[in-house]
Every structure is written in C-alpha cells, then in structure tokens.
Write a protein that binds this ligand. Structure first.
Ligand code: FES
Length: 134
C-alpha cells in the first residue's frame, strides 16, 4: 500500500465515521439509553399539578401534560409560579405558559419540552418518560 492510497482510504474511513455517527445516535442510543421512567403514585384532578426536579405534571381535561423544567435558552431550571400560572427562568427571565409555550425572554420562541406520560390503570397514577440528559 502506497502512502497516497493509505491517506485516501483513511480519508474515506473518517468521512464514513463522521456520517455514520448521527445514525448511530438516532438508532442505537435509544436502546442503550432509554428514558428514565418516573412513577407517580398519585391521581390528580383537572387543574392540579405536581412538581419534580426535571418536570411539572399538570392534569387537564384532555389528559396529563409533563412539561420540562429545562429552559430552552441555556438550560437553567425554570421555576413554576402558581399565581401567574407560568414558568420563569431565574437566569435570564424567560417566561413560559404553564403548558410550556414561550411567552418572552431570550429563549427566543422555543417552547419548553414535553415528556410522554402514561396514565396507569384505575387512576393509580402516571409514568413520565424523561429522556436522558433532559
Ligand atoms: S437560561 Fe433561561 S433565560 Fe437564559
């Protein structure tokens, strides 16, 4: 193998590795890093909510909504203000509706993430699926 062909093959292998990484992240990492299941053994009535370090769970007429507490600006943990029914970020004051919709601030139009929620049988509670790193 000449030096030139070695460099050429190395170049293509590196390019293949760079191109395959996003595919690896998409396909494999979901199996290796499944979401964290948070079990909540409490039944909420519409209008009630419960807070956790990573999310707030709100019960509505249309079912539960789990809203991430990670600010979409730089990732600070937002606080829920029940009197205003909104999340306020302590870092740069971005504001979000109770359901995570962006209102104002440097988060620049990006809503808070929502996590999948499963309602347990017989209103025994919920399971919230929190993605790793959320
Ligand atoms: S991190 Fe929340 S507004 Fe900047």
């Amino acid at each position: 193998m000449t030096r030139r062909s070695f460099l050429k093959n190395s170049f293509w292998l590196i390019l293949l590795g760079i191109g395959a990484y996003p595919l690896y992240e998409f396909v494999v990492s979901k199996r290796i890093h499944p979401p964290i299941k948070v079990h909540i053994h409490k039944h909420l009535l519409p209008g009630q909510y419960i807070g956790y370090p990573k999310f707030y769970l709100f019960e509505t007429k249309n079912g539960p909504i789990a809203v991430s507490r990670r600010c979409t600006h730089l990732g600070c943990t937002v606080n829920y203000e029940p009197n205003l029914k909104m999340f306020i970020c302590p870092c740069h004051q971005s504001r979000f509706m109770w359901d995570g919709k962006y209102i104002s601030g440097p988060a620049n139009g990006k809503n808070l993430a929502k996590f999948p929620v499963k309602v347990l049988k017989n209103n025994e509670g919920y399971v919230v699926f929190v993605p790793r790193g959320a």
